[in-house]
Design a protein around this ligand. Sequence first.
Ligand SMILES: [Zn+2]
Length: 238
Amino acid sequence: MMKFYKFTAPNYESDAMYSRRNPITWVYQYIVPGIICPICGAWTGNRRLFLPVEDAGLTELLKEKPYPIPMDDWYRIFGRAAERDNFAQRFRFAPGDVLGKPTGIITTKQVPNFIFPWEGGVLVTQQTRDIIIEANLSGCQFLKMDLIDRRRKKGKEQPLPTIYVLLITGRINQSSEMNRCPVCARVKASYSIDLNERYWDGNDFIINEAFPELIYVTEKVFTIFKDKGLKNFQCVPV
Ligand SMILES: [Zn+2]
């Protein structure tokens, strides 16, 4: 039986400690507003798409309406809005989509091996990326971030570190048993995650698409990160 670990931030003593150990703050560029469904109420999804937005009209729409809007308005504005920009042909926005080039504000030169800017979000340093690639750990990709320098003067004399978003591409998807709201098409998984090997695609980094904020890794990942002495993460056996 394959052994998996939940990969997550350490348990910090306080919020202040969390901020100190995760010194890059995510900069939200474009957010698709939430939707107010007559059945479900107001809701937003949790997709982070890292897609650049180029159409000026579209950027206006995305900036102007950050709050949930009535369903009819939402579909009128965003039902076909993706066609304005260079998105893939069949791409459709979903309420709450976060878009734009990954960008963060860096506040210190002391950057740990892993940074957790939000639940399920993982940033890594060049060193961490090199270790992952060298060890042939599978199921992830790297997306280089833009950094806004807010380090104190002393730190600014040093070059900015190179930071990547760790994109999890491995999957452990069980049955596609989903509840779909008949009115707004909101999708809710009607199961909890089953880390059974038969659903596993064989990658070292995996998520279940219905719960993208929960990242799981193989024992190989845990062993390598531990052996290399990497800091600011934990692997919890599941
Ligand atoms: Zn609904």
